[in-house]
Design a protein around this ligand. Structure first.
Ligand code: SF4
Ligand code: SF4
Length: 255
């Protein structure tokens, strides 16, 4: 079967495309919506998504997008579009919206509350519960990258009061009711170990939740993530032997 894959930039969208004899499949990333949270790359079975530079979602018109989809590896299964809480990815076949992995059959419908992200004004689905810890001892003061990147603006610099002077306040506070547990702050934080996030519950319907694909997705999402020193990691990748990898075997999803 003849296939040709390519990637194109169209204004604020990046279109990854595969052409076959009778169909054209596209996976479109909307740079106005993507928060660089890395959920898509966490669940991608082909490890076809890499994250871009820190803070790229704040500079949407820059040449460096928050994520990069490797069209040589992508099998257009649509798992990334399924999991994105910000609806930033769309899978289409012959220009029609499609779901290769049918919700209610292979994947469950995700259940959650629709929230408006204060920073972007865009909608997001809050379907994950979890825990987030900010380690004061590892957080360098005066950085505020996590506050800038958080789409719901649930991270704040606490104000010192008479009763609680600044020496006694935390460096960053999180309003957990508004946290999406998306991980955008974790992946933007430049201080190793300063933010720790554990997703505990993914809200979803029952139908479709028995599949192996869903169980793998859930396992990946529920692994603890913590901030790492990104530049160091990047250097390790180019070092002989590459960066240490904690990835599991690839899942068996065929294109
Ligand atoms: S899951 Fe959505 S918002 Fe998060 S990095 Fe992927 S495309 Fe961007
Ligand atoms: S995990 Fe929570 S605190 Fe961090 S960026 Fe997402 S919504 Fe904001």
């Amino acid at each position: 079967m003849t296939r040709a894959s390519s990637v194109k930039r169209k204004f604020n969208k990046i279109v990854t495309e595969r052409q076959e004899k009778y169909s054209t499949t596209t996976l479109t990333l909307d740079l106005n919506k993507c928060q660089g949270c890395n959920l898509c790359s966490t669940v991608c079975p082909r490890y076809a998504i890499e994250r871009g530079p820190i803070g790229a979602s704040l500079r949407q018109r820059s040449k460096s997008p928050p994520i990069r989809i490797n069209y040589h590896k992508c099998v257009f299964c649509g798992l990334c579009a399924y999991i994105c809480p910000f609806d930033a990815l769309k899978l289409k076949v012959n220009d029609q919206p499609t779901e290769k992995l049918k919700r209610g059959k292979i994947l469950p419908f995700l259940k959650g509350e629709e929230v408006i992200c204060e920073r972007t004004g865009n909608k997001a689905l809050k379907f994950i519960e979890g825990e987030i810890k900010i380690h004061d001892d590892l957080c360098p003061s005066g950085c505020s990258t996590c506050i800038d990147i958080c789409p719901t603006q649930c991270l704040v610099l606490p104000k010192a009061t008479k009763e609680k002077p600044w020496e006694k306040t935390a460096k960053i506070e999180c309003d957990r009711d508004n946290c999406l547990y998306c991980g955008a702050c974790v992946y933007a934080c430049p201080a190793a170990g300063a933010i720790e996030l554990q997703r505990i519950k993914i809200h979803h319907e029952k139908e479709g939740s028995e599949s192996t694909i869903w169980k793998n997705v859930k396992n990946k999402l529920e692994q603890k993530v913590e901030s790492r020193y990104w530049f160091f990691e990047k250097r390790l990748k180019t070092a002989p032997g590459g960066a240490p990898t904690f990835r599991k075997e690839e899942d068996q999803i065929q294109g």
